[in-house]
Design a protein. Structure first.
Length: 517
């Protein structure tokens, strides 16, 4: 693979990529900030159930699953494990989607649509001569799918749409009991659900995907938030000493602010042969959430109804996430909601935010390192890596520049213990062979924050020798005034993403924290 990197062909459609310089460069321009989309736009702060926090797409590294692709979309950020009595059921009036572009044209070719239904069972207890509805979502110990002691049943279906997301051909994922699947209850605590790992495992379904000869898997449920970041210090004008974030020995010096939070995961694992187009090995992916255009509150809600609102009209997209960091730290405040409602094919409208980014200068000022903001504008190196994909690594044959994760399904996965925490950049720096990580897709242990900080200071150009153009990133790859030189590779946020706990296989993300132990 290293020889392949050094003999890359010139980037395709670079001029087009520059005019569409949308937001994929964000992951490198972002610098030391959160790489999860927690509350990133004004409107989405009012609707946490449809707030996408992270999107992962990678070749499955579970033993025996090397030809499968895992896609994980996380929603509903900052869940406190003790958040009862209602906890964090997803919105039955929303449409959650994972989109795949299989031919590089910035349009979805395959979409997985998740729809939820929350059924209140209205369990009662006899009090005197009356049957009275209980106030909790559980009526004792829970151990099985759709347990009789559960007062709320959360189910979902997954439509498989081929073509345009609203007008394409619809089929459904099907399990041994049909097209409806159960979501496990959130982890209320060890007295309510004594064996949560065993209980959750009952909700991993092997499914048939129409048009695919190989079986797939699906899981929806609460997980421990897999992202590690120090949010308080980051948003406080990067309140961290330069001597710390430039020294490798402090990579894990700080504790992740969200280490005690859960999220809700939608995960699908599909054989790669069912995702790629003929003659192509690269796929692009992103997740969105949409709600109905009209919402009316009922003055007299009926007993047993899930909410007091009535929804109708066309679907309106309110959340979008492909590459990490985009909406938080690249898109200007006036356009954050606009970006959440946009599609990759329209990313040209946001070009100025990336061709003339504000964040590098901000970091230069707040970290007191004058002269370090790259002067090679527009950033052709970042455009190639994130808008079009790296030629010879994860660039489609006929690519249209757009913001999404891109994954080459022909590059074999690397076992978790052997993964380089800095993905491709780390392998170039260390002389390694792990090219199955960020920005070639994104795995849970890829430290995208550290990659972002380092690449902002020119690390991509210096990863295989200072000033060496190893990735076909263009003649202006090296920033014109970066005195840090190779030390730029040592920049980090003092929180080690690679130290998180994971499961050895699907759905990979760790068990959610319990409300009480």
């Amino acid at each position: 693979m290293k020889n392949q990197i050094n003999s890359l062909r010139p980037a395709r459609s670079l001029k087009q990529g520059l005019t569409l310089v949308a937001l994929a460069t964000a992951a490198f321009m972002a610098g030391p900030t959160q790489a999860s989309s927690h509350r990133e736009a004004p409107f989405i702060t009012t609707s946490p159930k449809v707030d996408a926090t992270d999107f992962y797409m990678f070749m499955s590294y579970e033993t025996g699953r090397a030809d499968y692709v895992t896609m994980i979309a996380n929603y509903a950020p900052l869940q406190d494990a003790y958040g009862g009595p209602n906890y964090f059921a997803l919105d039955p009036d929303a449409l959650y989607e994972i989109h795949l572009d299989s031919n590089g044209d910035a349009k979805e070719d395959l979409t997985f649509q998740f729809r939820f239904k929350n059924t209140l069972k209205s369990i009662t207890r006899r009090v005197g001569d009356k049957d009275v509805a209980i106030p909790l979502v559980q009526n004792g110990t829970i151990s099985s799918v759709n347990d009789a002691k559960s007062n709320l049943r959360e189910t979902y279906t997954v439509d498989v749409v081929r073509g345009e997301r609203r007008t394409g051909t619809h089929t459904q994922l099907t399990g041994k009991n049909g097209t409806t699947f159960d979501k496990p209850m959130d982890n209320i605590g060890t007295k309510t659900i004594p064996d949560y790992p065993g209980y959750a495992a009952q909700h991993v379904y092997e499914v048939t995907m129409p048009g695919c000869a190989m079986p797939a898997k699906v899981f929806v449920g609460q997980r421990k938030d897999p992202f590690a970041v120090n949010l308080g210090a980051i948003f406080d004008n990067v309140n961290a000493p330069l001597s710390v974030i430039t020294d490798r020995k402090f990579i894990g010096a700080a504790k992740s602010t969200i280490d005690d939070k859960n999220v809700t995961t939608m995960a699908v694992e599909v054989h790669k042969s069912c995702l790629v187009a003929s003659g192509e090995t690269v796929i692009g992916g992103w997740t969105t959430a949409s709600v109905r255009q009209a919402r009316m509150l009922s003055a007299k809600p009926k007993s047993g109804h899930k909410t007091t609102d009535v929804n109708g009209g066309a679907w309106l997209q309110v959340s979008r996430l492909g590459q990490p960091l985009v909406n938080e730290v690249v898109i200007g405040l006036p356009d954050k909601d606009k970006f959440n409602g946009s599609e990759p094919k329209g990313d040209a409208q946001f070009a100025t935010y990336v061709t003339n980014p504000t964040l590098p200068g901000f970091l230069e000022d707040t970290l007191a390192i004058p002269g370090t903001a790259p002067k090679n504008l527009p950033r052709t190196d970042l455009v190639t890596v994130f808008l079009t994909g790296i030629p010879g690594v994860n660039q489609p044959k006929n690519v249209v520049g757009s913001e999404m994760l891109r994954l080459n399904t022909a590059i074999a996965p690397v076992a978790e213990a052997m993964q380089n925490r800095l993905g491709i950049m780390g392998s170039l720096r260390d002389g390694g062979t792990d090219f199955s990580g960020f920005p070639n897709g994104r795995r849970p242990k890829d430290d995208v924050v550290d990659v972002s900080i380092s690449a902002m200071m020119g690390a991509l150009c210096m990863a295989n020798g200072e000033g060496t153009n190893t990735l076909g990133l263009g003649a202006t790859c090296k920033p014109s005034n970066v005195p840090l030189g190779k030390t730029s590779l040592e920049l980090h946020d003092a929180v080690d993403q690679a130290a998180i706990s994971l499961l050895p296989g699907f759905p990979y993300l760790f068990q959610p924290l319990p409300g009480a132990k």
